[in-house]
Design a protein around this ligand. Structure first.
Ligand code: XAN
Ligand code: ZN
Length: 453
């Protein structure tokens, strides 16, 4: 039920047509001929039958003629949630995929990230990545920036300016033997993290929040991990990092942290595993580690493009879900070469099918399940599902207006009377940004872009 006072908050927009979303019980729920009202605060005020337009317009005080009617081949779906993306690495997306993780970081990633000290360079890359992801339907993004506080604040400002919901992390790392100018001292990292959080919160951007971001255990001393755990705990903040992406990395963590039971235990004992933690990859986590994820409420960001592109491993998503660990999808630009969550959906299905080729008894993920992971699952993984992830009264209206029949688009053949679920399947497998006619975040239309000051 609505939690707000109906008389105090008016209706800003009403849409009529097909709505496709996930619920906690159903991977895909199709709502045909519905009326959905969005209030002046961007929240879903009501969802009713299209046939009730007259009574609903009286009850909620909107003109029946002002209703926006979707076309025959259109539907609304929830905006997609990218649970793991390196905004800074967008500068070399689509290249440099010929080395395994640890060498890849040293050879390509660290030298590029070091350039974000230059705010003009940062502004250009960050503007492009925010626009590109929004246009591709990412309404919520959980970003890694770089170690530079001012450039990370700029990323927060750009996300706010374009109206994207975002968690933004200033990267923390005090260990880097290969590119020594791209690291901080533990004191700098702690102090700059506090400054970043303080300054970002002071801006009061409605949809942008800071996330405490130790790069990963091999880049951080125990002292730094401890400081960051304390900062997150004291300020009830989100936390993001990487875990068990490659076997070589797991071995390195064993060598660097010999007194810990596991890679997960390293984060856990530094207070970095909470119900607001999202850890990328997790390809090589043991059952015991997944149990610790479940107990703490930490989640996994599955990044299949990156896992394949850097030959890191294939995450068994079914196993993670069977452990009742929250899981969302991530593009992991630029280990993953595509900034589109539609690509993450497809690569998730590919990986699941590759596991099925290896083991014919494997319980392959369905496209319906993967649709849920890209939307509601991602919002759960980021502990934002109170606000976004599906079409529930009281949640923010974060939505994509999908037109499967867009002129010049990639879907050529739509049969007469094709079921909405088939249209969804075609969009997920064949569609691209040409099929995303409009993007809404918290009720505001953010795509197509309008000129901003
Ligand atoms: O895919 C990845 N991208 C990164 O930037 C990174 N840093 C640590 N571990 C990482 N994995
Ligand atoms: Zn990453």
């Amino acid at each position: 039920m609505t939690s707000f006072n109906e008389s105090a908050v008016g209706i800003a927009h009403v849409y009529r047509g097909t709505f496709v979303h996930s619920t906690y019980h159903k991977a895909v729920e199709i709502l045909e001929d519905r009326l959905l009202g969005v209030d002046t605060e961007g929240k879903i005020a009501f969802i009713g039958s299209g046939k009730e337009v007259d009574s609903l317009s009286q009850k909620w005080g909107f003109e029946a003629l002002a209703v926006t009617q979707l076309g025959q081949h259109e539907f609304f779906m929830p905006g997609m949630v990218d649970t793991h993306i390196h905004a800074s690495q967008y500068s070399y997306a689509g290249t440099a995929l010929d080395l395994p993780l640890l060498q890849w970081l040293n050879m390509y990633t660290f030298p590029v990230e070091a350039r974000f000290k230059d705010l003009d360079f940062a502004c250009n890359v960050y503007t492009h990545v925010v626009k590109r992801t929004l246009r591709n339907g990412t309404t919520t993004a959980c970003y890694f920036a770089t170690i530079h506080t001012d450039a990370s604040l700029l990323l927060g400002q750009i996300a706010n300016d374009f109206g994207q919901r975002a968690l933004v992390g200033k990267v923390c790392m005090d260990t880097n033997n290969f590119v020594p100018h791209y690291k901080e001292t533990p004191e700098e990292s702690e102090g700059e993290t506090k400054r970043f959080i303080g300054e970002l919160l002071k801006k009061k951007y409605p949809l942008v929040r800071p996330v405490v971001t130790p790069r990963f255990a091999p880049s951080c001393s125990s002292a730094l991990l401890g400081h960051l755990g304390e900062i997150a705990q004291n300020n009830h903040l989100h936390i993001q990092s990487h875990i068990s992406e490659t076997k070589e990395e797991v071995k390195l963590v064993k060598e660097l942290f010999p007194d810990y039971d596991s890679y997960t235990d390293v984060y856990h004992r530094h207070n970095l595993l909470t119900d607001k933690t999202v850890m990328a990859h997790g390809c090589h986590l043991t059952d015991g580690e997944l149990k610790l994820f479940r107990e703490t409420g930490a989640s996994v960001a599955h990044c299949p493009n990156s896992n394949i592109s850097l030959c890191s491993g294939m995450l068994d998503v079914r196993r993670v879900l069977n452990h009742k660990v929250k899981l969302g999808l991530g593009t992991d630009v630029a280990g993953g070469y595509s900034p589109s969550m539609l690509d993450a959906v497809r690569r998730t299905l590919d990986t699941s099918k590759a596991l099925t080729i290896q083991d014919t008894q494997y319980h392959t993920l369905t496209f319906e399940e993967v649709f849920r992971l890209a939307t509601l699952g991602g919002s759960q993984a980021l502990s934002l599902d109170e606000h976004t992830g599906n079409f529930e009264v009281g949640k923010d209206f974060d939505a994509l207006r999908v037109n499967t029949d867009a002129a010049g688009g990639p879907i050529d053949l739509i049969n007469h009377g094709e079921e909405p679920k088939v249209l969804l399947e075609k969009f997920l497998n064949l569609g691209d940004d040409r099929n995303i006619a409009e993007v809404y975040v918290a009720g505001k239309r953010v795509v197509p872009f309008v000129d901003r000051p």
